[in-house]
Design a protein around this ligand. Structure first.
Ligand code: SAM
Length: 416
């Protein structure tokens, strides 16, 4: 076997091992920002492990009797993901690298890993994956956490659930928006996407060559913003007009605030609020040059803005993120009904406080990137049942599509 392949495998394994250890216990994958080819492969592999965790664990538990130490399981996951889902290194190189990595610490663990990997992989990739499809429980086959599988199977048909789970296994495309007034002509590395029904004026492009696009002058000059099409749903429904006074109540990192700022124009004003000081740093960077925005750190539930002062409010609340599982594969393992229900209570509180910011006749869009009715329509209906003087004008649930994420938005109006 070529030594170069061995070296690549060993380097990759060290990177992925560090990143998986960091990512599995936290909210998201954690490889550094370096963009070398090995880093890109390591990142792809890490995302793969985060997507396929149930299958990988099921295979390991089936062939490894007794408890497998976390450090060993991570190496087994890396080796299996590479062997079963990636087209690159030959299986013997993968197994030897994994075993070599473990033998530096413990010969017993290395020989255990050697036996487990050889037994799992002996029938060949297609046969192993066919066995998973035939024998594993449904949440494993679909690579969903069991609580998320149960929540979805209680409201989706088996066919719809399978289609959603398969869609969420695909890597998310990188989509960029050309900012109002900027020109996309002649910019390399991107392809235009068709206009979306919920925001037809949004000039969206799929990034097909990241190296070319992110080196372009247009990107350096901030003519584009990385923005999935689903994030245009809520600002599109709010329909901010030039000159309006708008509040974006949970604004960080600022993707939707940028759209509101463009729509309000030089005669308008967008007050951007978030309770996280650290995340407000990102908003400051992302909105640099937008002269009509005011940034405020504070808690939306405690009324940091004057009541009745805004004709439009955007409220993009923290949520379970089940509509963006393609970008955040860890979400599928962390979802719990109890966590969702706690979020729904919090979302209801933020909505009730934010509605008071509206002037009579004003409009508010409540939005999430969750697909769960408990965080969407139930929160809005709960609010309307408790507060008089508001009504629901429209609501929309966007299922994840071929090239966009899922999102929910509801337009609530205050009586004039
Ligand atoms: C879904 S993110 C918003 C994304 C943002 N609208 C965008 O398009 O870039 C939710 C944000 O709400 C903030 N947040 C959570 N609870 C809050 C509260 N009580 N008051 C203000 N901000 C809050 C979080 O810090 C987080 O930045």
């Amino acid at each position: 076997m070529p030594a170069k392949g061995d070296r690549r495998a060993a380097l990759l394994l060290r990177q992925v091992d560090t990143a998986v250890r960091a990512a599995l216990g936290t909210a998201g994958p954690g490889l550094g920002a370096s963009r070398s080819a090995t880093d890109a492969t390591a990142r792809a592999l890490l995302m793969l492990i985060l997507r396929r965790r149930a299958t990988l664990d099921w295979l390991i538990d089936r062939f490894a009797s007794g408890r497998t130490r976390d450090a060993v399981r991570r190496v087994l996951c890396w080796a299996l993901a590479e062997a079963l889902y990636m087209d690159g290194l030959p299986v013997p190189v993968i197994v030897d690298t994994a075993v070599g990595h473990l033998s530096r610490r413990s010969r017993a663990e290395a020989s255990f890993a050697n036996a487990v990997l050889r037994r799992i992989l002996a029938p060949g990739r297609e046969a192993v994956l066919a066995a998973v499809r035939a024998e594993a429980p449904p949440w494993v086959r679909l690579d969903l956490g069991q609580p998320l599988y149960s929540a979805w199977s209680s409201r989706l048909s088996p066919g719809a659930l399978e289609a959603l789970a398969l869609r969420l296994q695909e890597p998310a495309p990188v989509v960029v928006r050309c900012r109002r007034g900027a020109l996309a002509e002649g910019v390399g590395g991107i392809e235009p996407l068709p206009p979306v029904a919920w925001a037809p004026e949004g000039a969206l492009y799929r990034c097909v060559d990241a190296a070319v696009f992110f080196a372009s002058e247009a990107w350096q000059q901030r003519a584009f913003y990385v923005q999935d099409a689903s994030t245009l749903l809520a600002p599109g429904l709010l329909g901010v007009r030039a000159g309006e006074r708008v509040a974006d109540v949970c604004c960080a990192p600022g993707g939707k605030a940028l759209l509101l700022s463009e729509a309000a124009g030089p005669g308008g004003c967008v007050v951007c609020l978030d309770r996280s000081l650290a995340r407000m740093g990102r908003v400051r960077e992302n909105l640099a040059g937008a002269a009509n925005v005011r940034l405020l750190v504070g808690d939306a539930r405690r009324g940091p803005c004057r009541e009745g002062a805004f004709s439009a409010v955007l409220l993009d609340v923290p949520c379970s993120n089940t509509g963006v599982v393609r970008r955040r594969p860890d979400v599928r393992w962390h979802f719990t009904p109890a966590g969702r229900d706690e979020l729904a209570i919090e979302q209801g509180r933020i909505l009730a406080a934010s509605a008071r910011l509206l002037a009579p006749g004003g409009r508010l869009v409540y939005s999430t990137c969750s697909l769960e009715p408990e965080e969407n329509t139930a929160v809005v209906r709960g609010f309307l049942a408790q507060q008089s003087g508001y009504h629901l004008e429209r609501e929309c649930l966007l299922e994840p599509g071929d090239w966009h994420d899922g999102a929910y938005a509801a337009l609530v109006c205050r009586q004039a």
